[in-house]
Design a protein around this ligand. Structure first.
Ligand code: NAD
Ligand code: UGA
Length: 330
């Protein structure tokens, strides 16, 4: 049914999730396990010594259908974990727009491009029928705020965005080879938020500031607008992408939200009943004024529409943040 998560029962029995210890990857893993899919999660973060990874994986670590592979995609053997998988969900990456300038760029290239090349080669070699790869709204670059269509010319405005465009196009180039058994759906996620959101991201920081009274650093005037996407909506689109009819495509995954950073601050204040203290700071290079998804293709190819609005999603994130143990299962 349109707007509902698409069932995974048709052809998805075993899946590999890269970046399984991350924000979206852990949430996806949980959803797949709940649908009865067996999952091998691959991540270079070790839940044994990384508290964020441990927190993300707390809900799945002991699930009978889950196996965690603590490994770096740049070096690990991939054929064994991928062989027999019905889909690979390739979410592992170094995310974040602002830190991609300067000395960390090599890490972005290694993890977002070179690791992806290894994943695609292994997927093709082992006959995995579908790779779903996490791309990014950042590939569109600065827009005037009108919806971005997948047909628009990408104009990435940061080193991170360049690597994400390279990543999705690399996957599509593999899939276009006549001898490649793997089709690819590249999902351009638009600023995902919700329980477990990365601590460098704005919604997390706004809620944290409202809860603790610590100031919130605002880059620019706060008029930046984002098509904020609730994590479980992003996960539903991701699962649907594994079962979509065989084709290779790029698809926008936008939450249908058109809100500014100031709107986010107001919601955080309304939900907590506390005032957020703002520290004004300079705009950051590569930070685009607005993102907005044209949702037509996601609906047509995946039968997917977002369901959770910003206030309701932020309330769920706030509840998860307020839990003393920080567990992110809600
Ligand atoms: P995250 O940092 O929480 O998760 C990424 C995970 O990938 C981490 O756990 C990290 O350890 C792992 N990883 C990175 N390099 C690796 C390597 N070489 N080998 C093994 N594991 C590796 O990030 P996230 O916010 O969950 O993002 C997930 C994906 O979605 C990324 O590809 C990101 O670019 C993309 N994306 C995220 C957003 C968003 O708003 N969060 C928006 C657009 C696109
Ligand atoms: C987010 C993710 O971080 C990227 O991984 C992802 O690829 C991208 O979405 C995407 O949609 O493709 P971004 O939109 O920059 O990137 O999301 P945030 O990091 O939450 O930043 C949103 C806005 O808040 C930016 O304008 C940023 O400058 C601002 N911000 C962020 C602040 O003003 N203060 C902060 O402390 C953090």
């Amino acid at each position: 049914m349109p707007g509902q998560p698409v069932s995974t029962t048709v052809c998805l029995r075993r899946a590999v999730v890269t970046g399984a210890a991350g924000f979206i990857g852990s949430r996806l893993t949980l959803a797949l396990l709940r649908s009865g899919v067996r999952v091998v999660g691959v991540d270079r973060r070790d839940p044994a010594d990384d508290p964020v990874a441990a927190c993300h994986l707390a809900a799945v670590a002991d699930a009978p259908g889950y196996r965690h592979l603590h490994a770096d995609l740049l070096t690990c053997a991939l054929d064994a974990p991928l062989r027999g998988a019905d889909a690979v969900f390739h979410l592992a990456a170094v995310p974040g727009v602002r830190p991609s300038w300067g000395p960390r760029f090599a890490e972005y290239v290694h993890c977002n491009v070179l690791a992806t090349q290894r994943v695609m080669e292994a997927a093709a070699r082992t006959g995995v029928p579908r790779v779903v790869v996490a791309s990014s709204s950042s590939v569109y670059g600065a827009t005037d705020g009108t919806p971005s269509s997948e047909r628009d010319l990408p104009r990435p405005a940061s080193p991170y965005a360049v690597t994400k465009l390279a990543e999705e196009q690399l996957c599509l180039a593999h899939a276009a080879r006549a001898d490649c058994p793997t089709s690819v759906v590249a999902l351009r996620y638009f600023t995902v938020y919700g329980p477990g959101q990365r601590a460098d991201m704005f919604v997390h920081r706004a809620l944290r500031a409202a809860l603790t009274g610590e100031p919130l650093r605002l880059y620019g005037d706060g008029g930046q607008r984002r098509d904020f996407t609730y994590v479980d909506d992003a996960v539903a689109a991701t699962v649907a992408a594994a079962s979509a009819p065989r084709c290779s495509a790029v698809v926008n995954v936008g939450g249908g939200t058109d809100a500014s950073l100031r709107d986010v601050v107001h919601i955080a204040e309304g939900l907590t009943g506390r005032t957020v203290r703002l520290l004004h700071d300079a705009p950051r290079p590569g930070d685009v004024p607005a993102t907005r998804a044209d949702p037509a293709r996601a609906y047509r190819l995946l039968g997917w529409r977002p369901r959770i609005g910003l206030r309701s999603g932020m309330l769920r994130q706030l509840r998860a943040l307020s839990r003393p143990e920080g567990r992110v299962t809600a």
